[in-house]
Design a protein around this ligand. Structure first.
Ligand SMILES: [Zn+2]
Length: 224
């Protein structure tokens, strides 16, 4: 963990313990190695992420401005890609298969999805940060998510493309984080010290987070 004071990216409080805590730290350190985001241990900051072993793998979208729980259930959620997926929600990122141009890349099989789960597949008005659609994104659901073994997401035109990996952030996931959070880049090289604060002044992000919180109190990722 970085304890540099230049960037307070996200403040943590760990309720998980032992090997779980180690796995969470590893996932966050991977963030620090590959992006301009820095995590520091909470002291008295008002806004912070609290990693807790609650029900399911879940996170609010964007910054709440106060205590913000990232739920990592002990069975099923303590895995690098899942931890990073939930932190990416907190950083303001939606699911890849809901991005604005998704209909060119995936077909949603609504007939295999129960109505109360439609919300998890609804197309969003996303800022894609000039990055291509990414089947390998850690934010992409697997093809049977919420489908009880039936296929809910089919890649098009090539339906055999692999989707839904949870081993860790993809190259494009990393690119997006750095594009959203860095203040400046010199010839495309991201300087870690140029990363903007987690409590972003990006009004678009704040607006989207607020809007999303109203309709989607938590992004529940059980069964991905
Ligand atoms: Zn999610």
């Amino acid at each position: 963990m970085s304890d540099t004071e230049d960037i307070t990216a996200t403040i943590l409080r760990m309720n998980n313990d032992g090997s779980e805590k180690r796995e969470i730290l590893n996932a966050l350190q991977d963030f620090e190695r590959r992006t301009c985001i820095r995590f520091v241990t909470r002291t008295r900051q008002r806004a912070y992420l609290s990693f807790e072993p609650r029900n399911g793998c879940a996170s609010l979208l964007g910054t709440v401005g106060d205590k913000q729980v990232v739920s990592l259930q002990r069975s099923g959620c303590i895995q690098r890609g899942i931890i990073q997926h939930e932190v990416l929600h907190a950083l303001g990122f939606y699911h890849e298969h809901t991005r604005s141009d998704r209909d060119q890349y995936v077909k949603i099989n609504w007939e295999n999805i129960e109505k109360h789960n439609f919300i998890n597949f609804r197309k969003m008005d996303t800022d894609n940060l000039n990055t291509p659609y990414d089947y390998t994104s850690v934010m992409h659901y697997g093809r049977t998510a919420f489908g009880r073994r039936a296929e809910t997401i089919t890649p098009i035109p090539n339906r055999s493309v692999a989707i839904g990996q949870r081993s860790g952030m993809s190259r494009i996931d990393i690119l997006r984080i750095n594009r959203l959070y860095r203040k400046t880049a010199v010839r495309g090289v991201v300087d870690a010290s140029s990363c903007s604060l987690f409590i972003t002044s990006d009004t678009k992000l704040e607006r989207e987070a607020t809007k999303d919180l109203q309709v989607l109190p938590a992004t529940l990722d059980v069964g991905i």
